[in-house]
Design a protein around this ligand. Structure first.
Ligand code: SF4
Ligand code: SF4
Length: 249
């Protein structure tokens, strides 16, 4: 019987578990201190709710459930599916918010620079621009980062009360941990699904089909949601490239 190797996925799971444990070990006081020192204040410019600033808004499962309750049309499979099996089916770890077809790629819920569901906005919308994960800097050095787009938006060196620093640090860490847990759940689901169905990732098929998709072709995507995979057929749109980076992913 042919043996299908799932080691790369297993290695990814182990790496994500290590990342989670490093995140949980990050000193809370240091994070609070950075939040206090930076003193960020949002000036409500709304750029982070557009593709000018963020490539896409990735949703945790709990947020996808809420978005669907508010409006089932508001979500779509997150872009850049990383796995593609030998039959040309893609797999992605969750959903993202849809963007409008305007010149800024505004979020589906953005109305005249204001969020029309502000009180019910999603986890990433609540913690942004705070973050707590490792990323490479301009020189490629990987280290912890706590604020996205530092000095590119908002105001700085404002006074932030201690209780707000504490709450922001706790909420941000909780969000980051939830992202990693969803990633681990997705990878575990794919590992088992591939094994049961004798599937394997084929990078060449992935790259060829993504090129077709970029030219307006249709692909089949299985989206991870709450422990199972949901099937979609999506068609690429031929749009000019944006320079924004994803809020999450
Ligand atoms: S849901 Fe609201 S806060 Fe979140 S990205 Fe959309 S408009 Fe912005
Ligand atoms: S978080 Fe930053 S980009 Fe988003 S609305 Fe506030 S200032 Fe603008």
């Amino acid at each position: 019987m042919e043996r299908i190797s799932l080691i790369p996925i297993q290695e990814r799971i182990i790496a994500a578990e290590r990342e989670l444990s490093d995140l949980l070990a990050y000193p809370q006081e240091r994070f609070e201190e950075i939040i206090r020192d930076v003193g960020f204040r949002c000036d409500c410019c709304s750029r982070c709710c557009t593709r000018v600033f963020n490539g896409h808004v990735f949703l945790l499962d709990r947020d996808t459930a809420r978005a669907r309750e508010i409006d089932p049309q508001s979500v779509e499979p997150a872009p850049f599916p990383e796995f593609c099996d030998q039959n040309g089916t893609f797999y992605v770890s969750g959903y993202a918010l849809k963007a409008k077809n305007d010149d800024r790629g505004s979020c589906y819920f953005l109305e005249n620079t204001r969020c029309r569901i502000y009180d019910r906005r999603f986890s990433i919308c609540r913690v942004y621009p705070y973050m707590l994960h490792r990323e490479p800097d301009q020189n490629g050095k990987i280290d912890w980062r706590q604020i996205a787009g530092l000095n590119e938006h908002g105001e700085y060196h404002t006074e932030i009360p201690d209780n707000l620093c504490r709450q922001t640090a706790a909420e941000t860490r909780e969000y980051e941990a939830a992202v990693i847990r969803q990633e681990i759940a997705f990878l575990t689901c794919i590992r088992d699904y591939f094994l049961q169905n004798r599937l394997r990732h084929v990078q060449k098929i992935h790259d060829d089909l993504m090129r077709e998709y970029g030219r307006g072709g249709e692909i089949r995507v299985m989206v991870y949601f709450n422990g199972h995979l949901e099937e979609h057929r999506i068609r690429g749109t031929v749009t000019p490239k944006t320079t924004g980076t994803p809020k999450k992913k």
